[in-house]
Design a protein around this ligand. Structure first.
Ligand code: ADP
Length: 415
């Protein structure tokens, strides 16, 4: 390979000095023919060798031509860098519906696709494809709501907008189309939770209200002069009104907690005396339900940063639930442990029927009950554990639920 290059170079040089070499050779031939002087012949040979060794006046090699990106491609590259920094999926497509680029968020959400694939290979939704075609045809911005089922369920606002670039791809392709996916799944979930909440709250209030109305009408009508019925009906009406006010109190409590959920409480609260107070307050209820409350405290004081009233609400809810849903004749065990560097834990254990595993993750949702009738009959509102969870979140504490069917449940608050 190198040898070939050498002979080619020699050939080029001989050709470049053809006139000089020709003259020299002609001189030599003349000398030989005329039988001339040997010194003159040597000089002519030197000229020949010098001519061969001299650097030929080769034309300068052409400068390497770097393929310089067109302005449009450079703009697209800048766009791509920016899109990669976004946490929303973005596709950039050309006027021929080919995907020129997809950002990292799109690859994560929908998987990698080969460059320049057709958009219809990536997007199956006819709604999105029609919208993109409409934007390519009219240059107008469109958006639609779109649900994805795989790899996970998600709701997006898909928007397509033209972006003018200075010449990308083919001659007249100076516009690309940016398809962006804004994930609104979380907002949708919150909306649904809010409307479920309003529906549940209205339903909870409507039931006692309907009952009250019925009794009032009966007392005004058929039972107007029935003294015995008066007494019984008024008792039920008081019960229903109390239920309504319990519900309103819990709802107000929740909304108050939501307002200050981001402010961490700073009071120093001694948990031992606080738990003592809770157990004393619930003593009469426990007695009524036929259970005993035991309290196990460590010898040294355990202090946490918190809001005293809110922590009382937490432990009242947990101990009241343990009494309500526990086993008659059994003991509800309340214990405090930790402090001096160890995590502080308060546990409330009952010996009731336990909570089936599939319900455990949901019992802190508003109005979620394992058994609606059992909860209502025990004067429950379905909001107690939701309030507990809110308060504990504000206290940077966790609620851990361990339940074994037939053996009972332990609710542990870990600070
Ligand atoms: P409620 O007002 O109905 O008691 P909560 O939010 O306090 O509402 O509790 C939600 C549900 O969790 C209850 O309805 C009940 O089904 C279940 N639950 C709570 N505590 C216990 C417990 N200690 N044992 C068994 N089930 C419980």
């Amino acid at each position: 390979m190198q040898e070939t290059t050498f002979w080619r170079t020699i050939g080029t040089r001989i050709w470049a000095e053809k006139w000089l070499i020709g003259l020299t050779l002609a001189g030599c031939v003349g000398m030989i023919v005329t039988n001339g002087h040997a010194v003159l012949a040597g000089a002519l040979w030197c000229v020949l060798v010098l001519a061969l060794l001299r650097q030929p006046a080769m034309p300068a090699p052409p400068a390497a031509i770097e393929p310089s990106p067109s302005t449009g491609e450079a703009e697209l590259a800048t766009l791509e860098t920016g899109f990669d920094a976004l946490d929303m999926p973005v596709l950039v497509i050309g006027p021929d519906e080919r995907v020129l680029f997809q950002n990292q968020a799109a690859e994560k959400a929908f998987g990698v696709i080969p460059a320049n694939s057709d958009l219809s290979g990536r997007v199956r939704s006819p709604g999105i494809l029609d919208m993109v075609r409409e934007t390519i045809a009219t240059g107008r911005i469109y958006q639609i709501e779109h649900s994805e089922r795989l790899p996970s369920e998600a709701v997006y606002i898909v928007r397509v907008a033209p972006a003018a670039l200075s010449g990308v791809g083919s001659e007249n392709a100076d516009t690309v189309y940016v398809v962006s996916y804004r994930d609104i799944s979380q907002a949708r979930r919150i909306d649904r939770m809010r409307s479920d909440f309003v529906a549940n709250a209205s339903h909870e209030l409507r039931t006692p209200l309907a009952s009250l109305r019925g009794f009032i009408e009966t007392l005004q009508g058929p039972a107007r002069n029935d003294v015995k019925a008066h007494e019984r009906f008024l008792g039920i009406m008081l019960e229903q009104a109390t239920r309504m006010s319990r519900l309103v109190d819990d709802l107000l409590s929740l909304s108050r907690l939501e307002l200050k959920s981001h402010i961490a409480p700073e009071e120093d609260v001694a948990l031992g005396p606080l738990l003592g107070h809770v157990c004393d307050t619930l003593g009469p209820l426990a007695q009524e339900l036929g259970v005993t409350i035991s309290l196990d405290l460590p010898p040294t004081a355990v202090i946490v940063q918190g809001d005293r009233d809110e922590l009382i609400e937490v432990f009242e809810n947990l101990v009241e639930n343990a009494c309500k849903y526990g086993q008659e004749g059994e003991t509800v065990e309340v214990s405090l442990s930790g402090g001096s560097g160890d995590p502080v834990e308060v546990s409330v254990r009952d010996r009731g029927p336990g909570i089936p595993a599939e319900h455990v993750p949901r019992i802190t949702e508003r109005f979620y009950r394992v058994n609606v009738e059992a909860s209502r009959s025990k004067k429950g509102t379905g909001l107690g554990l939701a309030i507990v969870k809110h308060i504990l979140t504000r206290h940077r504490a966790r609620l851990i639920v361990r339940s074994v069917l037939g053996e009972g449940t332990v609710f542990t608050v870990r600070f």
